[in-house]
Design a protein around this ligand. Structure first.
Ligand SMILES: Cc1cc2nc3c(=O)[nH]c(=O)nc-3n(C[C@H](O)[C@H](O)[C@H](O)COP(=O)(O)OP(=O)(O)OC[C@H]3O[C@@H](n4cnc5c(N)ncnc54)[C@H](O)[C@@H]3O)c2cc1C
Length: 505
């Protein structure tokens, strides 16, 4: 039976959500001497939310890491790149525009120094996600801007969790876990509290789906309420409700989840129902390179490949996607191409040499060398061996076909997808690969995807650990051949509210 509600006055500010946004808000408020109450529907083991699982890639502009690699970035270039991706064109984009400007100033200004002062450091090889390739005025980062935090996601959470815990010990911050907020308390148009359910204790592991059994209810009041409840990617019903069919065609039949189940969007819905202004819900950001996790943490768990530019990207019949749809190019454009054509999945075809250099898997637990800050293991990234995480997917992943020759590879691809779907035509795929392979022997040629790869190799980090030297995919010395079935995976947020991921994540 639910226990009676308590309505004790709680704090100067209530923060709903103990993810990274909630921790940052709580730390800043408590630093300013405020008493803060932090509520979260999950248990204490989940402190930091999604950020714990993240790759910790941050968006800085004109950083020392970029300059050391000879990259010339600027506020102007980053601003133009942001505009090409955001495509602001609605009246409700007024604040997103203002916010983008302020964030660009921050990323080109104090952001890195501030985080550095909190103890954060970055891997010297800056990543280049969302590299575009279609043209100067079209979406994409013109230069590498994906600064990977030393320690990945946990390394981002750590300084903020530490500060908030210190404030907790000093009595300025109080946590209430397993408190699920269901409503805002509003009087005369002023939000001054929250109410909801107390959920039964849960000892599931971090990120796992936890019980929703209610054992009580609560009510708390405070001087201000900040909602940091994350996005909607763990709630596919909501994703489908807001899916922009006009731009992307029908939502795919099958989607995987790039985020835990607690990213359920329910509080956003409630805030909107109580008069909060939720804008641009149709501007979603989902990834196109999702792998079924062979070792899942949350339901329907997908791992995203952060790909280099050399794999061949094929539709379900084995035909190459038209340029500019290349791996790591422009996620939303390629998503529109895939879902607009109703493809239930697509394929990468590559070989061992390409996978070694060009497959990075997103997530802290997929990059234990960087997460564990282990220099010896990190140095292996420049060596010949496939990373242990990628190798585990090659060995156990449901979406991988690894074979010594093309006929066997095509047979394996068709066995994997079964009769319900289009079959890969051997002759079509062989032609696609041979046409591409004929273009690798000269320093220049007519293949636009190879041109992108060649130009990327002018950046030392790309050449060293990210982009394979153009070579024939069918060269047996670089085998075995690999086909990877790619699924759409939901991400945590809408495109318009995704600042740090302008770097790609
Ligand atoms: C695998 C992975 C890799 C990523 N890589 C990167 C990257 O490299 N760079 C980058 O910038 N971003 C990356 N991201 C995205 C980034 O981690 C998230 O956008 C960010 O952490 C979201 O933080 P948040 O605090 O807004 O939300 P969350 O982390 O989702 O936290 C929200 C919290 O609110 C709680 N909550 C929700 N509803 C309620 C309710 N009704 N009552 C009480 N509590 C509630 C939830 O339990 C949760 O703890 C990645 C994400 C994932 C999953």
């Amino acid at each position: 039976m639910p226990t009676p509600a308590s309505s004790e006055p709680s704090a100067d500010a209530i923060v709903v959500g103990a993810g990274l946004a909630g921790l940052v808000a709580a730390a800043e408020l408590a630093d300013a001497g405020r008493r803060v109450l932090v509520l979260d529907q999950e248990g204490e083991q989940n402190l930091g939310g999604q950020a714990h699982w993240s790759f910790g890639g941050l968006f800085f502009v004109d950083s020392p890491e970029q300059r050391r690699l000879g990259i010339r970035d600027s506020r102007e270039l980053a601003g133009r790149d942001w505009q090409t991706a955001a495509a602001f064109d609605r009246p409700e984009d007024f604040w997103p525009r203002r916010w983008a400007d302020a964030y660009l100033d921050f990323a080109a200004g104090e952001k890195r120094a501030w985080l550095h002062s909190l103890g954060m450091r970055w891997f010297p090889m800056v990543g280049w996600a969302e590299r575009g390739g279609a043209g100067a005025g079209l979406p994409g980062n013109s230069v590498p801007r994906f600064h990977i935090t030393w320690g990945t996601g946990p390394g981002v959470v750590e300084p903020f969790a530490r500060r908030v815990r210190e404030h907790e010990r000093a009595g300025r911050v109080r946590f209430l876990f397993r408190h699920r907020v269901r409503r805002l308390i509003v009087t005369n148009g002023v939000v001054h509290g929250v109410s909801g359910d107390i959920l039964e204790p849960s000892d599931v592991g971090r990120g796992e789906a936890s019980s929703r059994v209610i054992v009580g209810d609560f009510e708390r009041t405070g001087g201000a309420v900040i909602v940091t409840s994350g996005g909607i990617g763990g709630n596919h019903a909501l994703v489908r409700r807001y899916w922009p069919t006009d731009r992307l065609g029908p939502a795919p039949e099958t989607m995987l989840s790039g985020v835990p189940q607690h990213v359920d969007g329910l509080l956003q819905q409630q805030v909107a129902a109580q008069g909060g202004r939720v804008i641009n819900p149709d501007r979603m950001w989902h990834y196109t390179e999702g792998l079924r996790n062979w070792n899942p943490v949350w339901p329907n768990h997908a791992i995203r490949v952060l790909p280099g530019p050399s794999s061949l990207w094929l539709d379900p019949s084995g035909r190459r996607l038209p340029f500019p749809h290349i791996p790591g190019g422009s996620t939303l454009d390629t998503l529109a191409h895939i879902t607009g054509h109703g493809y239930p999945y697509t394929w990468f075809v590559l070989n061992r040499k390409i996978i070694k250099k060009e497959f990075t898997l997103s997530g802290s637990e997929q990059n234990l060398d960087l997460t564990g800050r282990d220099l010896r293991l990190v140095a292996r990234r420049a060596g010949p061996a496939v990373s242990p995480s990628v190798q585990a997917f090659m060995d156990h992943g449901a979406d991988f076909v690894v074979r010594d020759n093309l006929p066997d590879l095509v047979r394996g691809m068709n066995e994997l997808t079964g009769e319900r779907h289009a079959t890969v035509d051997y002759a079509v795929l062989e032609r696609e690969i041979l046409d591409r392979d004929l273009q690798v022997h000269n320093a220049a040629g007519k293949d636009a995807q190879l041109a992108v790869a060649r130009s990327a190799r002018a950046v030392p980090s790309e050449r060293l650990i990210r982009v394979a030297k153009p070579a024939p995919i069918l060269d047996p010395a670089d085998g075995p051949l690999i086909a990877v079935r790619l699924n759409i995976l939901t991400a945590s947020r809408s495109a318009a509210s995704k600042p740090t991921c302008k770097a790609g994540c």
